[in-house]
Every structure is written in C-alpha cells, then in structure tokens.
Write a protein that binds this ligand. Structure first.
Ligand SMILES: CC(C)(COP(=O)(O)OP(=O)(O)OC[C@H]1O[C@@H](n2cnc3c(N)ncnc32)[C@H](O)[C@@H]1OP(=O)(O)O)[C@@H](O)C(=O)NCCC(=O)NCCS
Length: 331
C-alpha cells in the first residue's frame, strides 16, 4: 500500500438538527432511564430532524459547509457520492436529489449503502476516483435521518440513534505523504439479519402487514452486534497499520464510529491505544450511523485538536455486516 498520498480532505462540514432529545425525554416515551442509557451506552442526548427535513436536506447543509471550508465553488465539484441508510427515496438516489438542491448538474452522483461504515467506504471510493486522474474535487456526504426508521416503542433500539450529516470535499494535492494514506474495507453478509430494516425493499415490499408488524423499523440483536463491532474494528485497524508499515504508537488520534462508549473502550483495549487518543462526541449525538465519524472529526478540528502531520485512524462497523479503517495524515 502506498504511503505517499495525493488525496486529502480539503473541506469538512457538519450539520446537526436543532431539536434535542435527552435521555429524560426518552424515559417519558419508553420504559427506560437516563441512568440505564448513560451506563450502557454513554449517550446523554441526540438530535432529531424536523418533520419534512429529509436526509438530503441535512446532507445539503453539511455539503455547503464543506464546500465553503474547501474554499472552492460548488461548480468545481466533479462528483457527488452519498452514504445513507435513510435515503429520501429508494430512487432517485439521495445523491441526485442533493446535487439538484446544491444547484449543480452534469457530474456523476450516486449513493452507497454500507450502513455505519459508509464514511470509510466513501473515502476509499473517492480516493480511487481521484487517483484515476479524471476528477479533481469529489463531494462525499454521509447523511442519516435515523429517527425516521427507529421504532419509538422499542427501548432496545430507540435510545441508541440520532440524526446528523457530515460532508467532505476530497481533492488532489502534489504534496507527498499527506491525506488518505490507506484504507481497509470488509463485509460479511452472513450476519445481515442481526441488524436490519426488514421491509420496504423487493424482498418484503411495503404492505399493510409490514407496517402493522413494525417491519419498517430498525431491528437489532444488540449483544451480538456489540461483539462483532469490537472485533472487526480492532482487526481491520491492525491490518491497515501493518499494510502501511505503521504501528499503534504512530497514531495521534483515533476517530471511531460513535456507536457506544463501551464499544470504544473495548476497541481501545484491543488496539492498546490509550483512551486519551480517542475522539468521542457520542454523548451528544448518539449513533448517527455513517455521519458519526465526519461529525466527530469536525468537532475535534473545531477544538483545534488536529495539527498538520498528525496521524488519524478512522474505524467503523455497521449493518451488513460491514467494516473498515482509514489512515489519514492531517494536512
Ligand atoms: C444495546 C446495548 C446497549 C444493550 O446493552 P447490554 O449490556 O447488551 O444489555 P442487554 O441486551 O443485556 O439488556 C439488559 C436488559 O436491559 C433491558 N433494556 C434494553 N434496553 C433498555 C433500555 N433502553 N432501558 C432500560 N432497559 C433496557 C433489556 O430488556 C434487558 O432486560 P432483561 O434482562 O430483563 O431482558 C448493547 O448491546 C449495544 O450497545 N450493542 C451494540 C449496539 C450498536 O452499537 N448497534 C449499532 C452498531 S453500528
């Protein structure tokens, strides 16, 4: 795997809806408590999109901020790729909807669906397209309105998730050894049933029965998901470090998928990287699926944590199952 890279994050933007839902608010809806949610997950509150605010609307605001941050015009975007499990529609793609709302046209636009690992998959896709030399600036958007697929009567799942969008402009640079140094991706479809939204696709089209049975909501076997998340995020991170001839000691910051504080703790132990190096903001947002890593990155950058030359390890796990890790030398 090459260590000299010419693909970097030129602009970063995030959008989180204004409305907040606290653990105490949730305890009025389902049989739960602030104490249970905090101790089992680390989550304190989450953002909930407004009625009528779709994934493309969240993504648009994040995208506009990323483009402004990159210091380019929207007309310089050569491709739009969106990661989401809550698309505006099955089709057209949310990327096409977002492209139109952004006021650009002509460039390729498409969605990917790799659940919570979406941002890592986007980074790899964007890097590959840029290295092929046909594109200069690629807009990657992770946008999730999980409140639209959460069963607000199921305490096992509704306390975990929130809404957010994060976007980056990925661009080329002549500088060597900066930006995305390498990425590892993986998937195992044998575990698809452990975390899924069963109905609404061609396998189980929407019907009165599917709605009555709550099959359009997220269903999850929490403890199995927990174990696989810890194992795969740790293993793919170590695999990536090895491929890039780096060690855990070279890492300045880890930005893990923000699912659950106990998962983050367990990954830190597996990687033997101290918790002080882990960036965490899940307490304020819950699990926002593929938006969680760019959302956390944006917040940490805002706090001035990242210095040029810092080595960042990003790692995620999601439904599918899918997983991945990326190494970024901050520019
Ligand atoms: C969901 C999760 C927090 C549950 O934590 P846990 O320690 O495994 O808890 P358990 O599943 O053993 O549940 C313990 C009890 O709490 C109950 N419980 C579940 N949710 C609850 C809630 N919100 N409030 C109160 N009690 C709750 C369960 O019903 C169970 O009760 P029982 O023993 O009477 O059956 C944990 O499994 C997890 O984080 N899994 C990964 C989820 C995830 O990150 N998914 C997305 C990955 S991308």
């Amino acid at each position: 795997m090459p260590t000299n890279s010419s693909v970097y994050i030129r602009g970063l933007g995030v959008y989180t809806p204004e409305k907040r839902l606290s653990n105490d608010d949730l305890s009025k809806i389902v049989d739960t408590s602030d104490e249970w949610i905090r101790t089992r997950t680390g989550i304190v509150s989450r953002c909930i999109a407004a009625d009528g605010e779709a994934a493309s609307d969240l993504g648009l605001k994040a995208a506009e901020r990323a483009i402004a941050d990159a210091g380019i015009s929207k007309d310089e975007i050569d491709m739009v790729i969106v990661s989401t499990v809550t698309p505006d529609y099955i089709f057209p793609s949310t990327a096409c909807v977002l492209q139109n709302k952004l006021g650009i046209s002509g460039c390729p636009a498409f969605d990917i669906l790799t659940a919570c690992s979406g941002f890592i998959y986007l980074l790899e896709l964007g890097s590959r397209f840029l290295r092929g030399n046909a594109y200069r600036n690629i807009l990657l958007v992770s946008t999730e309105k999980l409140s639209s697929v959460v069963n607000w009567k199921d305490r096992n799942t509704c306390v975990l998730f929130g809404d957010a969008a994060g976007a980056v402009v990925l661009s080329k640079t002549d500088e060597a050894d900066v930006g995305v140094l390498g990425t590892v991706l993986g998937a195992d479809g044998a575990y698809g049933d452990l975390l899924k939204q069963p109905a609404g696709g061609s396998a189980l089209p929407a019907s009165y029965e599917t709605v009555a049975n709550g099959q359009h909501f997220i269903q999850m076997q929490g403890s199995s998901v927990f174990k696989h998340a810890v194992r795969t995020m740790s293993e793919c991170s170590l695999e990536l470090l090895k491929k890039c001839n780096l060690t855990a000691e070279d890492i300045r910051w880890v930005i893990p998928h923000q699912a659950n504080m106990r998962i983050v703790d367990a990954v830190a132990r597996q990687l033997e990287i101290p918790m002080e190096k882990f960036c965490v903001n899940l307490q304020n947002y819950g699990n926002t699926s593929s938006a969680s890593i760019p959302n956390c990155m944006a917040e940490m950058r805002e706090q001035g944590r990242f210095k040029p030359g810092d080595l960042l390890l990003l790692t995620a796990f999601g439904g599918g199952f899918t997983w991945g890790a990326s190494l970024i030398r901050w520019k």
